[in-house]
Design a binder for this molecule. Structure first.
Ligand SMILES: [Ca+2]
Ligand SMILES: [Ca+2]
Ligand SMILES: [Ca+2]
Length: 402
């Protein structure tokens, strides 16, 4: 009798241990320094910390004598403002290729606080990259790069990110974490959907080996802020914890019951808030799982493949009136957003002047913010043709994006 009960205990224990082993997965991370590619730095760190270039110096500062076209900015870094100045190196430079940061906060810019930048253009965009630099700031060593973008603003970004691979279901999933708010920790979570005060989670959701960032980071679903719950490619939800003192992330599977939501797209992302705060839901083949509960949908990106299998994307922003839904267990919910889209033609008349405009609405009547072709460019502007009753063309005009 006694022996039999020992056996029983042993069996229960081994089952429990195996379950724990499967529910928390340790993922070792390695540091990946950014290549000298300003656009990649900005995309993967969701812009890092941003300051606008201003024509007048910040209070207590003045331009260095002899500088060409100086501009000024402040970067909010850890409860303090890092004040800086950019200028052209000469009247022929045509770009802000010199940078001074007041690292020691003495209200002056000195030679040892100066950096020289490398200019690079990518398409219509213009970048000047400074650094990497390592300086004392807020009682610690800050290592970062600076990027002047389109002559209008400056970004402070980390010098790289942590990357690892986890086996989920039958797939290896590459993930990464970036200290996007540059406070020395890489586990700051997004609390409200409009905030940008958080670190970034990189997730190779489509398994093509790279973290694909769109111009708008919600578009790809692979570069987004770290949230309490993370929707992984195996359809399950996980809580990510960063192990203390070592480059390891722990993935703990959330075991809440789930339901399904449906959107007519080959791929889609929904930005929602629910009982666990902000959550990016990643769907494919028209459906996505969500833990049972009530949600507010703040944004949506939908991708549909064309005949050649290339993905076209459309996005909508539901601020400030989010769509409210309830996800019950084991029942599919058709969401009141997404395709089919409807082209709406509006005419406004004032005296002899007519104004024509076009907009795209989703099935719930929500305006679409943007549509992107597979190359991430907006589709060509449509033309307006006015003809008389006999079909003779009177006027042709092009619509403009506005
Ligand atoms: Ca100084
Ligand atoms: Ca951080
Ligand atoms: Ca990818």
């Amino acid at each position: 009798m006694k022996r039999a009960s020992w056996w029983a205990v042993a069996v229960v224990l081994s089952v429990a241990l195996r379950a724990v082993g499967q529910d928390v997965v340790e993922v070792p991370l390695t540091f990946q320094p950014f290549k000298k590619d300003a656009k990649e730095m900005l995309n993967l760190s969701a812009g890092g910390i941003v300051g606008f270039l201003l024509p007048t110096p910040l209070k207590g500062y003045k331009a260095l004598p002899g500088t060409v076209k100086p501009k000024f900015f402040g970067l909010p870094l850890e409860e303090r403002i890092l004040v800086g100045m950019v200028a052209w190196s000469s009247p022929q430079a045509k770009t802000y290729d010199r940078l001074w940061m007041d690292w020691n906060n003495d209200k002056t810019f000195t030679g040892d606080e100066k950096l020289m930048g490398t200019a690079a253009a990518q398409g219509k965009e213009k970048f000047v990259l400074f650094g990497p630099v390592k300086r004392s700031w807020a009682a610690r060593e800050l290592e970062c790069c600076f990027v002047v973008h389109n002559d209008s603003h400056i970004h402070c970004v980390p010098v790289g990110y942590w990357e690892g691979t986890v086996s989920l279901g039958n797939r290896a999933v590459k993930l990464g974490l970036i200290d996007a708010n540059l406070n020395g920790f890489w586990n700051d979570r997004l609390t409200v959907p409009q905030s940008q005060e958080a670190d970034v989670l990189l997730l190779d959701f489509d398994g093509n080996g790279t973290f694909d960032a769109g111009e708008v980071h919600l578009l790809s679903g692979e570069v987004y802020y770290l949230t309490n719950l993370v929707h992984m490619p195996d359809e399950a939800f996980y809580r990510l914890k960063v192990a203390e003192g070592k480059p390891v992330v722990l993935l703990e599977r959330d075991k809440s019951p789930t339901g399904k939501v449906k959107v007519a797209g080959d791929r889609f992302q929904l930005l929602v808030t629910g009982q666990d705060g902000v959550l990016l839901v990643r769907g494919k083949d028209g459906e996505a799982s969500l833990p049972v509960g009530s949600y507010q949908i703040y944004g949506m990106t939908v991708g549909k493949k064309d005949d050649a299998g290339r993905l076209w994307l459309a996005n909508a922003d539901f601020h400030p009136s989010p769509i409210r839904i309830r996800v019950p267990q084991g029942k599919d919910i058709d969401l009141p957003c997404g395709p089919p889209f409807k082209l709406v033609f509006n005419v406004e008349r004032e005296g002899r002047t007519f104004e024509f405009s076009l907009s795209l609405e989703d099935k719930g009547g929500h305006d679409l913010e943007g549509v992107f072709m597979p190359n991430m460019e907006p589709p060509p502007e449509p033309a307006l043709v006015i003809a008389d009753a006999k079909g003779k063309v009177i006027k042709t005009e092009k619509f403009h994006y506005g």
